[in-house]
Design a protein around this ligand. Structure first.
Ligand SMILES: [Zn+2]
Length: 362
């Protein structure tokens, strides 16, 4: 069966390869420093699931794991199976938007170097941990020749996710301050849903491919949300995914759909993360739901990795709206503040805005 039927919008599939240690780190669990990992379990599993569904995807890899993989050799199987490898930062800190420019360069460069060493791939796509993003980061991505960023999640539900997270995590006051933007603000629901172009002036342009939320309601429908709902009301969960993807198709929007490792792992595979939404389901139940979802996406869309989605979008650049980065945070110097748009600038887009992070998990 071909994936290239011309009548279907092009859509993309990605997985953020967040590791056990990175969840523990964001949660403030001190034993993250020993870097506990489930990658030897989840990488073969995700490749099996993608292979069974006959899909290829982008895997956003954390540089710390790529660096360690020089000894372990788990990650090379990802490009060998035809999937794209992209950059998910080195340290996986959802407060990346607070970094000084020098630290941003280090985060990107160390990850690129480790990915080349372990997978042979020099990445051209980036997604911020917890969807964190800043103007200096976009500029550095453009200067380094990246083709796309995929760090935005246009939804209004971030504060709800943050409240859930803070309630379940043992964070100090300082931890909470650092994570005060975690999962974003309600304003993120005003961000563009369709891909668009960042105009970065002398630094060039960069394509933004948002993680798609449902048209109109702007509620996420990526698999972490579907599985959380599935653990409570399976028919409702499936109905939501079916309706959201159907609405994308009707509105001509090719969604960019996101997966996380926990979408394929049971509680036994990820000790210490039992509190996460969806962790009451067994691994086999999750694999069945994800496989069904991938098959549905293939029926409705031409499903490709994010880099290929970007390439196809850039083949018709006039169809992309253009936005300046004026509403984005400006790093440590301006943390917590927003720079007003320059005089004469076009009105702020329905706006790529504040630092923010995803719903469950990041
Ligand atoms: Zn992540």
């Amino acid at each position: 069966m071909t994936l290239l039927s011309p009548g279907r919008p092009v859509a993309s599939l990605s997985l953020d390869l967040d590791n056990l240690w990175s969840y523990k780190k964001t949660r403030g669990d001190p034993d993250w420093v020993s870097l506990p990992s489930y990658l030897p379990v989840v990488v073969p599993r995700l490749l099996d699931v993608f292979g069974a569904a006959e899909v290829t995807a982008t895997v956003f890899v954390v540089g710390t794991d790529a660096d360690r993989d020089r000894d372990e050799g788990v990650l090379a199987a990802i490009p060998a199976a035809g999937h794209e490898v992209a950059n998910h930062s080195f340290s996986h800190e959802p407060w990346l938007h607070l970094y000084e420019p020098g630290r941003l360069v280090e985060e990107l460069a160390r990850t690129e170097e480790a990915l080349v060493a372990t997978t042979g791939v020099h990445p051209t796509g980036f997604r911020g941990p917890g969807y964190s993003l800043s103007e200096p980061l976009l500029r550095e991505l453009a200067r380094r020749g990246y083709v796309y960023d995929a760090s935005t999640l246009p939804t209004w539900i971030g504060p709800l996710a943050r409240a859930y997270y803070f309630r379940s995590a043992g964070l100090s006051a300082e931890d909470r301050r650092q994570r005060s933007a975690l999962f974003g603000s309600a304003r993120d629901g005003l961000r563009p849903l369709a891909p668009y172009t960042w105009d970065l002036g002398t630094d060039g342009r960069l394509l933004e491919i948002p993680v798609t939320t449902a048209p109109v309601s702007r509620i996420p429908f990526h698999l972490s949300y579907v599985l959380h709902l599935y653990g409570i009301a399976p028919r409702l969960a499936w109905g939501w995914f079916d309706a959201a993807t159907r609405l994308c198709r009707r509105t001509g929007l090719g969604p960019s759909v996101l997966l996380h490792p926990l979408d394929l792992l049971g509680a036994d595979d990820a000790p210490g993360l039992e509190f996460f939404p969806g962790m009451t389901l067994t691994a086999s139940a999750k694999v069945a739901v994800v496989g069904r979802a991938l098959r549905l996406l293939r029926e409705r869309f031409t499903l490709v990795p994010v880099g290929e989605h970007a390439r196809r979008l850039l083949s018709a650049p006039a169809s992309l709206s253009v936005h300046g980065p004026g509403q984005l945070p400006h790093g440590a110097e301006a943390a917590g503040r927003r720079r007003p748009p320059p005089a004469g600038a076009r009105p702020a887009p329905p706006s790529p805005g504040a630092p923010r992070a995803p719903g469950p998990p990041g």
